[in-house]
Design a binder for this molecule. Sequence first.
Ligand SMILES: [Zn+2]
Length: 403
Amino acid sequence: MGSQSNNRIFIFLGAFLAVAVLAVVIAVPLALTQKDVIGGDAAINILTEVPIIDGHNDWPYQLRRHLQNEVNDIDFMTQNFSELYNGSHTDVPRMKTGKMGAQFWSCYCNCGAGGKDAVRLGIEQIDVVRRYTEANPLIFQFTTTADEIETANKEGKIACLIGIEGGHMIDSSLAALRTLFNLGTRYMTLTHSCDTPWATAFNTNKTTGLTDFGKLVVAEMNRLGMLVDLAHVSDMTMNDVFDITTAPVIYSHSSARTLCNHGRNVPDDILKRLAENKGILMVNFYNDYVTCSPHANISDVADHFDYVKNLIGADYLGMGADYDGVTRVPEGLEDVSTYPNLIRELLSRGWATDDLKKISGKNILRVMRAVEDVAKQQQSSNVLPDETWITDSEVASVCRTPT
Ligand SMILES: [Zn+2]
């Protein structure tokens, strides 16, 4: 009897243990799945209400490099661009997964073209953006204002905007600046990684920022309603712009210098000026600017959002991933389909839904409206186009016809 009763106890205990193990094996993954689904739904819900407006994507440059701007035969609705060239970050199927509402497409040409054919190269990049946008009206809508972005999104379209990445593409001419505005350009990064004759870049060996002509460029951008972009410029240029601009400014793709000490990132004292200016830091995801190393993950990028939010608040933050402009992107943020992952990460860190809507799109819409209002005010009080020419001595070269 004794051994039989022991056997029963062992059988009972064995069965109990088996059930317990089974419960753990089944319940834990179920719980995780549920958590993921709940987190995922919350992020997707936020981005369905306020889709991503990203400040900087170099897809047009990749179209130039790999496809010679030949886009007529591409089926943008379905084409996976990873099949066309290595390292692709952008195409329409992935933009839709990533809940993309609007993109500032970067029109860029390298610094070596400055003072030579940079204006032509810039125009060719504007041309390709306008062509792929206008040839695909079921997917894209070419836009130039905050209202137009919201209307396009209501119609289920991705709003497309143009940013010129480098003041070398106006060839020191306010007439060229105005003409690029008329072609649809809505921001200009004052420099790329090289000085222009009128503004210094982050890697300059000068100790000055804007020249007198550079100040006129900023004033004319304010008058036109073109966003002044301070990504890539020197700290001196940043400070000179904050001294004179009458409208909020943007950093289309820069991060926090305290977390990664690189000249492309923005130091705390200038971030405080950005908050006073009511502008926006659109955080860059490039590993080398996120961690100052070739490696980064989604948590490292979220750290930049946390840091800047703690320093100046969530009203001055946005996304400027720099996709297709960089070769190393963080684990978890591999391409334009991954923005919801970042929203999930920030949700898990306790970010409020309202703040997440601000960084996904509301902040840049607010900045755009403020810039549009400044332009309207100036134009209604009859501030005329600036007719000043840069002096010949500032731009003398064999490629330039003297005035
Ligand atoms: Zn850049």
